[in-house]
Design a protein around this ligand. Structure first.
Ligand code: FAD
Length: 444
């Protein structure tokens, strides 16, 4: 029997899941509803985007659908490590044994969407074929109301030419609608659903630098700077040569919230990131001033499914701090994992949903913990220890791979070892950083 799947959110996880479901032998018809407009039509300069790093986890999930990994690689830059910029122009290189991919979120989503519509949309080329009508994508549709009993979901259509509400029914509803998920909110009205939401101590503003300004910074590296007072910046090139990234600062006692002039922005960059200040064009200083400050939520819940017909994936299920660059990778792992469960349980959705909660939860919870506490927020000694541990583990593992396990960061980014196993083997370090971070936050 054909199953009607409604996916809320055309972010990375929602669009990848559509690929996975549509290529299955069992027939799933997929409708995606996204509250924003089609990213393929929004100019890059006004898109709300930021760079993403895809590691072995994300790449493994992408590689399972023919052609996707190659398409994503074609719009990404390969990176072999991070360059940590220090005072007086000094840099410290942190190599990766296996390359990672860098691209911005918008480009990733556009690539996944393009491949999806090319293959499955009910356009003229597919008319009369088995693919006709199997995929529908509705932009400018915000999920407003869900009735778990009736299995219906209502969207508000914000398109100027056809505003109004539309209610659709589903056999399977997927909440891929990010950290502030509307689908997850509906779980709160069900029995025994527990949700823990926490703001990450830092907030951020995106930053963009034109290609002609950034020739002094080597492409193919993640460039990082640590200013004082918990302020940091991260910048990466994209395939067109321009650089984008984020400037991060404490959410409480936020140093830039009251900026009202361009001079204050210049002053901030000159003080904390003199190298970046030299690369900033006037137009970007103004844009930076006017951009809103973004905050980040972390999410932990005790189940990701409701009954036999609703599932949360990606950030909706387990949003994390971006400090380790794992959120999107883990969201892609969710998709591949759900697909595996559909295989294992012969497309029995009810069983696959139950197993998803049962078997994915330990890793999702571990990921939130690791993302919060793998990096010390401050404290020079702990930070020094962090680098020494990292380099020693990398070095020893390279020399004696049978006797020394890879570093925490290699395990996270260069393997698909489950997050719960990684947390278990690094409990000591995580609990020390947790104590130090919590003390620091108490003092602030
Ligand atoms: C600054 C920053 C840097 C990051 N860096 C990395 C990194 O390097 N590597 C990494 O792996 N991860 C990174 N992440 C995390 C990563 O962005 C997320 O984990 C990933 O985007 C999650 O994908 P998703 O599809 O689950 O959710 P999202 O990307 O949040 O997509 C959700 C979609 O749902 C839509 N939506 C929301 N509400 C509704 C509604 N009511 N109705 C309809 N549609 C709705 C949204 O518009 C959005 O398009 C970073 C995050 C931030 C903030």
């Amino acid at each position: 029997m054909v199953k009607r799947v409604v996916i809320v959110g055309a972010g990375p996880s929602g669009v990848l899941l559509a690929h996975y479901l549509l290529r299955r032998d069992e027939r799933y018809d997929v409708e995606i509803y996204e509250r924003r407009s089609d990213p393929q039509t929004v100019p890059f300069s006004s898109a709300r985007t930021f760079p993403l790093v895809l590691n072995q986890r994300g790449m493994t999930a992408l590689s399972k659908v023919e052609g996707i990994l190659a398409a994503v690689k074609a719009v990404s830059l390969e990176s072999t490590g991070s360059l940590n910029h220090q005072k007086k122009g000094k840099t410290q290189f942190l190599p990766k044994q296996k390359p990672i991919l860098i691209l911005d979120r918008r480009r990733l989503v556009v690539t996944l969407l393009k491949m999806l519509t090319r293959q499955y949309s009910s356009d003229r080329a597919l008319r009369g074929s088995p693919w006709e009508h199997r995929l529908k994508i509705h932009f400018n549709h915000q999920c407003k109301h869900i009735d778990f009993e009736a299995k219906t979901v209502t969207f508000e259509n914000a398109a100027v030419n056809s505003p109004g509400e539309v209610t659709v029914n589903y056999d399977l509803l997927i909440g891929a609608d990010g950290a502030r998920s509307r689908v997850r909110e509906q779980f709160l009205s069900t029995n025994q659903f527990e949700l823990e939401t926490k703001y990450v101590p830092s907030a951020y503003k995106p930053i963009f630098l034109p290609a002609e300004n950034v020739t002094s910074l080597k492409a193919g590296y993640i460039h990082t700077w640590r200013g004082s007072d918990g302020i940091s910046a991260i910048l990466v090139h994209d395939v067109d040569g321009l650089m984008s990234g984020t400037v991060n600062f404490p959410r409480e006692n936020n140093p830039i919230v009251n900026f009202s002039t361009k001079e204050q922005v210049w002053q901030f960059f000159r003080e904390h990131f003199p190298e970046i200040a030299e690369l900033l064009p006037e137009s970007e200083v103004e844009a930076f001033l006017n951009r809103p400050i973004s905050t980040i939520l972390t999410i932990r819940c005790n189940r990701y499914h409701h009954g036999d017909s609703v599932l949360l994936i990606g950030d909706a299920a387990h949003a994390t701090s971006p400090s380790l660059g794992q959120g999107c990778n883990a969201a892609f792992e969710d998709v591949a994992f759900f697909d595996k469960l559909l295989d294992e349980y012969s497309n029995n959705i009810a069983e696959a949903l139950k197993q998803f909660t049962l078997r994915r939860k330990p890793d999702a919870h571990a990921l939130v913990e690791l993302s919060d506490y793998a990096f010390p927020l401050s404290g020079k000694l702990l930070f020094l220890e962090f680098f020494i541990r990292l380099r020693t583990a990398q070095f020893m593992h390279q020399l004696f791979p049978r006797y020394f396990s890879p570093s925490l960061f290699q395990l996270l980014s260069e393997t698909t070892v489950p997050y719960s196993e990684i947390l278990n083997s690094h409990k000591g370090w995580i609990s020390r950083v947790k104590q130090a971070n919590e003390k620091l936050l108490e003092r602030q």
